[in-house]
Design a protein around this ligand. Structure first.
Ligand SMILES: CC(C)(COP(=O)(O)OP(=O)(O)OC[C@H]1O[C@@H](n2cnc3c(N)ncnc32)[C@H](O[C@H]2O[C@H](COP(=O)(O)OP(=O)(O)OP(=O)(O)O)[C@@H](O)[C@H]2O)[C@@H]1O)[C@@H](O)C(=O)NCCC(=O)NCCS
Ligand SMILES: Nc1ncnc2[nH]cnc12
Length: 291
């Protein structure tokens, strides 16, 4: 074989979906300036995370996403064996992530959301509208994985204390923060000429206006959640990330959330889900070259 083989590699559908999921995670991590999150500027409200670690974590998840898509293709329908296979692969993915990051939780919520969406996309590649993919993902999330451990996670603790819906319910409801807030805002900002990076920031902010982000609640309580939701609303009301007024509000929100130690990690995961669905919906090279 030639040292430089410039022929594009033919990807299987599962490999292609895994590529799209990892690209969505890397695009989310790189997007800047995100309030209190890790980005190209720095570590936001985090002491144990940095951009290189987010990239390494995203790359470590490629085999898990590929395996989830393969499991869906093999099962061919929404049933308990598929749900339990996804749970097992998801837990293995979490272990690979923790081994890569030295024990830091970088993408737990993203494995859950993107894992379900990758499987849902593989189940019916011809039905790639976001609302259809998220509905299939919800049907998977509603099935009870009998082997799932029941740890007292941050999300579970916060759900008990504040009675909010977390990552599990977001998926079971077909990702309303993504289909009802993030994706519509992404499209609106693009149409308004905001530019791609600003449109993605606006999508993140739209998600933040309403999400009960259990990371924020765990770290900063209800005051932190209120600051996140109201601050995100203020950026959008001031004209969004592409406007000077919006940028001033965004800077203020970044400072405020860092001071409160309130990192919106759940919203960041859902932005990655939004970018994944956007690519699938637009068919960005989804099937050409895929075997
Ligand atoms: C069903 C699970 C999602 C478990 O959910 P649960 O709520 O019980 O567990 P958590 O461990 O709290 O993880 C949920 C993660 O989801 C993100 N998230 C938060 N709020 C929402 C929301 N409203 N909607 C959607 N997603 C949300 C968030 O992930 C991001 O934050 C992570 C950092 O969070 P945290 O651990 O709290 O970290 P820090 O505050 O930084 O901790 P310290 O440094 O202070 O210690 C980061 O990783 C982002 O990803 C939540 O963390 C599901 O995970 C599950 O059951 N998994 C088992 C395997 C499985 O079945 N997989 C299925 C494969 S498809
Ligand atoms: N960019 C980011 N910063 C911090 N936590 C995250 N969880 C997912 N993406 C994140």
């Amino acid at each position: 074989m030639h040292a430089f083989n410039l022929q594009p590699k033919k990807l299987s559908l599962a490999e292609h979906l895994a590529d799209l999921a990892v690209e969505a995670l890397i695009d989310e991590a790189d997007l800047s300036p995100k309030p209190a999150l890790v980005d190209r500027r720095g570590n936001g409200a985090h002491t144990d995370l940095h951009l290189g670690l987010m990239h390494a974590s995203a790359l470590s998840l490629w085999p898990a996403f590929k395996e989830m898509a393969e499991a869906a293709l093999e099962c061919g329908g929404i049933d308990l064996p598929l749900r339990e296979a996804l749970g097992r692969i998801g837990r293995e993915g979490e272990a690979a992530m923790l081994a890569t990051t030295g024990g830091v939780n970088t993408h737990r919520g993203a494995i859950w959301a993107l894992g379900l969406l990758v499987a849902a996309a593989a189940l019916a590649p011809e039905s790639s509208v976001a609302s259809a993919v998220t509905l299939r993902a919800a049907r998977l999330a509603l099935l009870n994985d009998r082997h799932a451990p029941q740890p007292l996670s941050h999300g579970a603790q916060v759900a008990q204390r504040y009675g909010v819906r977390g990552a599990r319910e977001e998926a079971q409801l077909a990702f309303p923060a993504v289909t009802g807030l993030g994706l519509p805002q992404l499209k609106r900002s693009r149409v308004a000429g905001a530019g791609e990076q600003n449109a993605r920031l606006d999508a993140l902010l739209a998600i933040m206006t309403r999400l009960a982000d259990t990371c924020v609640l765990y770290r900063a309580g209800e005051a932190g959640l209120q600051a996140m939701q109201q601050g995100a609303r203020a950026v959008l009301d001031a004209g969004g990330s592409a406007s000077l007024g919006g940028r001033r509000q965004l800077h203020a929100l970044d400072q405020q959330l860092i001071a409160l130690n309130a990192s919106p990690g759940g919203a960041a995961d859902l932005l990655a889900a939004c970018l994944f669905l956007d690519r699938i919906e637009r068919g960005d090279g989804l099937f050409p070259g895929v075997c």
